[in-house]
Design a protein around this ligand. Structure first.
Ligand code: APR
Length: 229
């Protein structure tokens, strides 16, 4: 069966109701930490232990977090559509909810990588990365996440995915960070676009249906609508 392709662009807002803080909303991570202290290569060079601890705390928090009804509804959507999730999130809640096709633009908390060779990646689950934890080449392990100013290796693939969308769902992202945010404007003209975000502005994406609601309320309803239930 030729299922139509639904592409889902998610941000921190879809995981907010799982207890994982967003970045820019009230109580957001960037109100507690300066980006330049914990999320840049310069920060890692200057204070590697501080950077490792910032991500160790987020990884430990992720272990006790659970996917919410928005994550599980998106997994259910695969019953009637080809679904590709393009997420800016480094958490694994989409996968744990059952989504089978997830593209992480900004890396993954549960992976570490060599600080000498970015292609040398190891699964570490929820374990902390400590100073002195080295890759097979002998260099310090770092979180396998994209820091500010670093390239976004998955961007080209993400653009190609969005270009084939029949439907684009944009859920829980401020669209404040490029190049990821540009994906919101790259769907084909024929695509139907939905935005779900309590702070979404009606004019954000011309022609989009905008729901100024939380993800756990609106995503299950929209998935039911798309599945024709
Ligand atoms: N349901 C839906 N959306 C929500 C909810 C919710 N319950 N709670 C908050 N939001 C929305 C906010 O209104 C906001 O628009 O989620 C969005 C979160 O925005 P940010 O905190 O900026 O997170 P995000 O867009 O994912 O940030 C993008 O910036 O710091 C970098 O790499 C980091 O991937 C991140 C990128």
């Amino acid at each position: 069966m030729d299922y139509k392709h639904v592409v889902v662009l998610t941000g921190a807002g879809i995981s907010a109701e799982s207890g994982i803080p967003t970045f820019r909303g009230a109580g957001g991570l960037w109100f507690k930490h300066r980006i330049e202290d914990v999320a840049t290569t310069e920060a890692f060079a200057r204070s590697p232990a501080l950077v490792l601890e910032f991500y160790n705390q987020r990884r430990a928090q992720l272990e006790i977090a659970q996917p919410n009804k928005a994550h599980t509804a998106l997994a259910r959507l695969e019953q009637g559509y080809r679904v590709t999730i393009v997420t800016q999130n480094v958490d694994n809640l989409h996968e744990r909810a059952g989504s089978t096709n997830v593209l992480h633009l900004h890396g993954q908390l549960c992976q570490a990588r060599s600080s000498a060779d970015p292609d040398l990646v190891v699964d570490i689950g929820y374990r902390p990365i400590r100073m002195g934890d080295t890759c097979p080449l002998g260099s310090q392990l770092r979180p396998d996440v994209v820091w500010f100013g670093e390239p976004v290796p998955m961007m080209h693939k993400a653009s190609a995915v969005v270009a084939t969308a029949d439907t684009l769902l944009i859920i829980g992202t401020s669209l404040a960070v490029y190049p990821a945010a540009s994906l919101a404007h790259e769907a084909p003209a024929r695509a139907v676009v939905f935005v779900i975000d309590p702070e979404a502005e009606p004019g954000w994406i011309p022609g989009a249906r905008v729901f100024r609601e939380k993800a756990t309320r609106r995503v299950p309803l929209l998935v039911d609508e798309l599945l024709g239930m």
